[in-house]
Design a protein around this ligand. Sequence first.
Ligand code: GLY
Ligand code: MN
Ligand code: MN
Length: 439
Amino acid sequence: MISRAEFARRRRELMDLMGNNSIAILPSAKECTRSRDTHFPFRQDSDFHYLTGFPEPDSVLVLIPGREHGEYVIFCREKDPVMETWHGRREGQSGAKKHYGCNDAFPIDDIDDILPGLMEGRERIYYEFGNHDDFDNKIMGWVNTLRAQVRKGANPPGEIIDLSHFLHDMRLIKSKAELKVMQKAADISADAHISAMQICKPGMNELRIESELRYQFANQGARFEAYSSIVASGENACILHYVENNAEMKDGDLLLIDAGAELDGYAADISRTFPINGQFSEAQREAYEWVLKANIKAIKAAKPGNPWSAPHDTAVKVLTQGLISMGILKGDLEKLIEEEAYKPFYMHKTGHWIGLDVHDVGDYLQDREPRILAEGMVLTVEPGLYFAPRTKGLDEKWWGIGIRIEDDVAITAKGNKVLTKKVPKDADKIEALMAKVLK
Ligand code: GLY
Ligand code: MN
Ligand code: MN
């Protein structure tokens, strides 16, 4: 859990970066309709959550550094016994103050009357344009309300600055408490992957595995997946974002699982690939060993001082060597890398930042150069090889083999810590685990 003190520290840091004479405005996420009268499970906006921990829709955070009557303001739904009987509890303004520490709280329905007054006299508005569709117009509406009052002495803000520059740089560096939650999310996800390996057998449906993952996540307190689980057997693994998860799993095929739990808003993102019948075939193992080598070497390259692109460059080199060794590519290693000859079989990047969002925020480039890795950053390392069936010129023995091995890696002062190392990835260890079980 992230403490109230840590949420307060984040707001303080952001306000110090913003400086006085400014105001930040950040709306919560909205509820989304799934079908008539039903909604998708509500998920708070990650930026809003990062600064407040406040879990309700129809809310707006306002930070006003140096404001005498309180710097931290929330607009939210009022308490309403009838609505709460039907739809669930609400914090209301008193709960927002008492449980989330805001200095001032107002009903969301009063925002048009109150917010222009809070903006008045502030030079700069910090706001993320383009992320909250109809809210952009509201911001302009409030500014225009003040502009219309200039002759009466109003002083409207002159500048609107993208809030995400400061905020996303902060989110990129994880605190000790964040790393602890991420480790727990990774542990829960690891247990779920291990369970999946243990129950998997030919003839089972991919959906049985998906349900096992969900059960294991929820049973350890992680109610939601961080993203839709990918449970891809056989050639389905060659579809990178396969989420149908409804095919019968065949003897002799591999199963690629890409799944992670969300805990207290933080994501885990793990991929493992293993034989459905518990034993790799010769071709499967050969390809697997190259992906594993790429994963291990790329993780070594994820250390402070290295550019964020180092793991990708490392993985590309190992995988291209592998493709040559397997007889799939022919020619000079450096030249093949330069020509991106690996791309038909390795078409994605080797990782991304991970945190409150599975593809987390934070710039990948600084001054047009790959960002330098530093302590507190967390990224995935996820090389793969995908041999789609009927690929022209590709020996049939590779057809339908799709492999990805993905770990979550926290950069430390001297190197890194692999948060997801609890799930086996060594081919022999996977076979041993699968041989041991409760079939
Ligand atoms: N599960 C999405 C990804 O690996 O990036
Ligand atoms: Mn990933
Ligand atoms: Mn993944």
